[in-house]
Ligand binder design. Sequence first.
Ligand SMILES: NC(=O)c1ccc[n+]([C@@H]2O[C@H](COP(=O)([O-])OP(=O)(O)OC[C@H]3O[C@@H](n4cnc5c(N)ncnc54)[C@H](OP(=O)(O)O)[C@@H]3O)[C@@H](O)[C@H]2O)c1
Length: 338
Amino acid sequence: MQRIVHTNHGEPAETLRLEPLSDALPLASGRAIVRVSAAPVHPGDLLGVSASPAFGAPPVIPVGGRVPGVEGVGVVEALAADVDVSHGVQVGTRVAFFPGIGTWSSRITAPVESLIPVPDEVSDEVAAQMVVNTLTARLAMRAGHNALPEDKREDVTVIQTAANSAVGKLLTHLLVEAGVNPILLVGSATSGQALKAARPDATVIVTENHGWKDELRDALADRPVYVAFDGVGGALLPEVAGFLARGGTIISYGSMGGATTDIRTIAPRALTIKGVSLFSWQFEPAAVREADLAKALELARNFPNLFPVAERYPALDYQGALEHANRRGKTGMVLLAF
Ligand SMILES: NC(=O)c1ccc[n+]([C@@H]2O[C@H](COP(=O)([O-])OP(=O)(O)OC[C@H]3O[C@@H](n4cnc5c(N)ncnc54)[C@H](OP(=O)(O)O)[C@@H]3O)[C@@H](O)[C@H]2O)c1
């Protein structure tokens, strides 16, 4: 039994350490103890450890240390006596959990409402990562839809950056399903090849190539674009903004580039930057949250290829997992196995 923990903010590889999980966990009212099988390493988990401004307010580190991780999969080991059977969870049920707190651990306690029973046909690898990225893609979709002028909601073309990222691939799926035509931008040739193999019919443009803007201009063929979805930020964001029609919107859900953005080009063209954060998902209406979780399960069941695994690392090799999570050209999520 072990957990990955940090006691101060800093570079994840230098700050995180593995420690034994010795204490018996308390089982408070309405909660379950889950034996964790696997948990993903999200870019946001690492931003939290380093207290990057891209995370928001730095996460509080409690006495004894903070364990990163917000989702995962495992098996229910114990339930508080007052847990209602209507939740569909019993001792032995395999569950995904979100929002989890400190899921990089062999064992967690969680409110029973945050547990999602996993159907047999969904693997641990898919279940461990099916919630966070799907919900992010759904939030981005809704923000993008709302940003479209009402008379521009037919025959829509959008631009997507970080299109080979885990969130990016889910977003593309949702866009195509909704009849939208996304033009897919990736940073590296490796990602470009992987994405082209997965989506042979898609327009994939590699931004590290000289001339990528000409390719994008040709692909757009004078079609106006009112929405771009961006997971990279930095210098790429204003470049992409340059392709938006006057009054268009950048839906910003991430900043993989790690750099700050010069927004001087935004005001003169009356553009909008709209941020999307999973932290705000809890404020969505209950019916919307239910539909989002149902969609995550539907995608996990029917499109497991949307949830590839880059590699699964035993917790003991968490340093390998951290290095892999930051690798350019990576396809899929890095998982920690406990
Ligand atoms: N808003 C939210 O609540 C929320 C929730 C989840 C995730 N996110 C964000 O969504 C983004 C994607 O997360 P993910 O888990 O889907 O990522 P991921 O699967 O780890 O993929 C990262 C992608 O970023 C690209 N990339 C890395 N460094 C880059 C750079 N310097 N310039 C351009 N592209 C770069 C890589 O593609 P190339 O090889 O082509 O460069 C790769 O496809 C992250 O910024 C993450 O923080 C936000």
